[in-house]
Design a protein around this ligand. Sequence first.
Ligand code: S3P
Length: 444
Amino acid sequence: MTQLSSHKANALTGRLRVPGDKSISHRSLIMGTLALGESRISGLLEGEDVLDTAKAMRALGADIRRDEAGDWRVIGVGVGGLCQPDTALDMGNSGTGARLVMGLVATTPHSVTFTGDASLSSRPMKRVTDPLTKFGASFHGAKDMTLPLTVSGIEDPLPIEYEVPVASAQVKSAILLAALNTPGKTTVIEKTPTRDHTERMFEHFGVEIAITPHGKNTAITVTGQPELTARDMVVPTDPSSAAFPTIAALITPGSDILIENVGMNPSRTGIYTTLQEMGGDVSFVNERLECGESVADIRVRYSPLNGVTVPQDRAPSMIDEYPILCIAASFATGETVMRGLEELRVKESDRISVMVAGLQAAGVQVVEHDDGMTITGQTSIPGGALVKTHLDHRIAMSFLTLGMASDQPVTVDDGRVIETSFPGFRDLMNGLGAHITDQIKDPA
Ligand code: S3P
């Protein structure tokens, strides 16, 4: 494991671009595979999670390569054209990759085994195996439905109507992808809106999709077995990745940065609303629409922050940002209350207990709840901690951000895991004024 240490940063200044959106990147490779002809993807995230999905799509029959200009070309096989893979699909660290591809193969006549790393192998899959079983697929593996799991797909699937019991875009998307190779109309009912990249991507490819109110909920209905033809796709940069330099700049005195071309889909931007409510000087310039997704540049300047209570119904639009929000809260005046976050316990790590342990080790005042945490901010944070990341990229980047403004350096036990979502994080942050090194140079 590569330890990384983050020392007090200079003021962060300059323009930067973070890598492509992870959620959209997975979906662009999957949709390219389902379309006939060659789709071109620009701005694809070249992180390990997405590269694992690319490998899985190749194993299912797609021809995928990166061209000299850095764009990705996918020659698809069409809906209903997926092949039987020769070996198990190793989805690495990625819950999104595993769950979406399970949905994709559940309505094919193939038998596909899914494996993953220790983190992914501990994550719940029953949330997708339950609805996919209703199409007629069956699953073989451990009783608790964790990986490794084998999906026996169904050749003649039946369309379903399914109300998603957890707020999860992965579950919704697994069902929508299974619906593509199912005759007739499949409906997903969503009680809490979650990121809608799959729906937008379906519209981009011309899939017949209707999104309508269903009482207090939303019904998403897809007509199966369309013939899809190749489309070009532009992946905006990832608002979840942009949250790290945003908060680094907010807590590091003198900072003033511009993050270019960030995806601003409203189902993803809860963190920016919250930071503005905390008094953060975060503004959006040059707002525009690219391939059905809104995009803007974000200007961030150092700001004294105040604690807030984050509304629970905002959680789906910032579900991946609570670890980094904890770092902003550590420097805010007063209490920041984050509740209604049971889902955080089943992410790449149990993000509530792992954040609480790391924050306490660094001298932050934090109280753990079953469904979240409350942080009381301080003007100075001691730091000087060695934090365990538990194979979780967002834990690693959050604590490296803490080290930029704490009194003593903060070290994470495994910096390599950042490669899953944000290749180049260290160099990009150091280019702005951060001081992240391989090991502690001046230990406390
Ligand atoms: C994702 C959905 C979210 C999120 C994950 C990416 C997606 O997970 O945490 O990083 O691309 O659909 P859940 O659907 O489990 O909330």
